[in-house]
Design a protein around this ligand. Structure first.
Ligand code: F6P
Length: 342
């Protein structure tokens, strides 16, 4: 009989509960194993904060946002916690851990693998920027929420002849901005991969309005960056995990745009709304497939890997590869979006 642990770490997102449910159902029902849940990511492993999970305990959670296990950005390597991780797994007789997380949580998982602690990763982040997988849990829901917001902003933008700036999440990669901007018919999209010059953006808006358009929607990733020497953004504070705490770029851009174009400009910051609530069907399916694949991968003894979406298949990649670099929006995809900027 195997006994595995499961945890959710880092920023939450819709779909985590679907992955927990799939791990528990396939481990218990399919393999005859036992499953323990660690509370609040790696914190629960270090502090031995656990709960036994049963088929019963994961009933009715598939459609629920957040995570029944709680989450945190705790990293055993930041607080000398490796021995505590080892001791917990040994004392609770846990053969390995399935860690559902993004770059921080899976970064720790990759290091634990080097230290011969058995971990399998499941990728989640609404930013969708982990390498080795086409999609991460949470992304599709965030895109849908942002698209719905852009749809709604269209009518009010049009009524008032305004420029609407919509700020979406995306620290180092502009996947949400690109997808939601394309799906929602954004008139310009600013992402970290394509440093922008406000002169070009405003010239584009003026051109658009001179051709008879009375409003514009500009979708801005929170991590978008101006071309060097064109505009200075305020320094972002850094969070406890060492990541910049973004938010607020549109508040800087709006008065500049208003002044350079003469068009009244308003800002909507979607923030954590993009991470809350019910997961869309695509995230439920992805989470379910990932959870089952992670248990199968554990059964094959392929620790040190992350399950991944490759086209329509679920595959595995070494954890080290998944966190090696940020997966950015390719140029070709941005060019596709640009076709509709006119
Ligand atoms: O990485 C996911 C993400 O949602 C980013 O898009 C965002 O910048 C960050 O997390 C926000 O983190 P927190 O929940 O710590 O504010």
């Amino acid at each position: 009989m195997k006994r595995i642990g499961v945890l959710t770490g880092g920023g939450d997102c819709p779909g985590l509960n679907g992955a927990i449910r799939a791990v528990v159902r396939s481990a218990i029902g399919g393999m005859g194993w036992e499953v323990v849940g660690f509370r609040n990511g790696w914190r629960g492993v270090m502090d031995r904060d656990v709960l036994e999970l049963s088929t019963e305990s994961v009933r009715g959670i598939l459609h629920r946002g957040g995570t029944i296990l709680g989450s945190s950005g705790a990293n055993p390597y930041h607080e000398g916690g490796i021995d505590r991780v080892r001791a917990t797994l040994h004392d609770l007789d846990v053969d390995g851990v399935i860690a559902i997380g993004g770059e921080g949580t899976l970064g720790a998982a990759a290091q634990l693998t080097e230290d011969e602690i058995p971990v399998i990763g499941i990728p989640k982040t609404i930013d969708n920027d982990l390498s080795g997988t086409d999609y991460c849990i949470g992304f599709h829901t965030a895109v849908q929420i942002a698209t719905d917001a852009i749809d709604r902003l269209h009518s009010t933008a049009e009524s008032h002849n305004r420029v609407m700036l919509v700020e979406v999440m995306g620290r180092s990669a502009g996947w949400i901005a690109l997808y939601a901007g394309t799906a929602g018919g954004g008139d310009a999209i600013l992402i970290p991969e394509k440093p922008f010059d406000l002169e070009d953006v405003t010239a584009h808006l003026r051109r658009r309005h001179s051709r008879g358009r009375s409003f514009s929607i500009v979708v801005v990733a929170e991590g978008a960056v101006p071309k060097p020497g064109t505009l200075t953004l305020p320094e972002y504070p850094v969070d406890e995990r060492g990541f910049p705490r973004f938010g607020g770029i549109c508040a800087v851009l709006a008065p500049e745009i208003e002044q350079m174009t003469g068009f009244e400009t308003r800002v909507t910051v979607l923030g954590h709304v993009q991470r809350g609530g019910t997961p869309v069907a695509n995230d439920r399916i992805l989470a379910t497939r990932f959870g089952i694949a992670a248990v199968d991968t554990a059964a094959r003894g392929e620790w040190g890997t992350m399950v991944a979406a490759t086209g329509n298949e679920i595959t595995t990649v070494p954890l080290k590869e998944a966190i090696a670099e940020v997966r950015r929006v390719p140029e070709a995809l941005y060019r596709m979006a640009e076709v509709f900027f006119g």
